[in-house]
Design a binder for this molecule. Sequence first.
Ligand code: G3P
Length: 203
Amino acid sequence: MKLIGLLILAYLLGAIPNGVWVGKAFFGTDIRQSGSGNIGTTNTYRVLGPYAGTAVMVLDIAKGSVATLLPTLGHVTTFLGTATPLLFGLFAILGHTVSIFDHFKGGKAVATSAGMLLAYNPLMFVIAAGLWVSLIYWTSMVSLASMIAFSLITLISLAFQDWYLTGIALVLTIFVFYRHRTNIRRIREGTESMVPFGRGYRN
Ligand code: G3P
């Protein structure tokens, strides 16, 4: 019973649409109506600026981390043993992408997945964050950087010999590519929007 309650809590934490609520509360703007229409960090940055974008990134990472820590805080475990936190992280990612607070729509799972990684394997999080920032520098496209970073993290996770982590990283990579399918189309057409940062940027 406690396990089910905490899994529901993980889902509800993940379902908090920080981008939508920050935009509406502080800017009177619904970011779903502007830019890419996504509720994540990149579109918040694009529509509302760097402070709002940073706040949403921190909040989206935090909800993934807190959800992942729930089984430790609540002293519950499952048949997954030490990988139980990943199950809670997945429930948060489910909440973020199929949110009860956003008509069962949601974001692209990048920052919430990063939050899960931060709570589960902080070293991998640091590697992932370094890769992601470097890839944004090289491409100036957050979408492309995110997809490449997820792919590389799946490969790098092999070094940790944590097969649950590698399996979930692989599933999330496939899912992240699926959620970025409109970005992939724009990248192929040469119309994907860029951040004003790095070598790839052009006006
Ligand atoms: O975090 C999602 C990012 O990878 C792409 O966002 O708004 O450019 O579709 P966006």
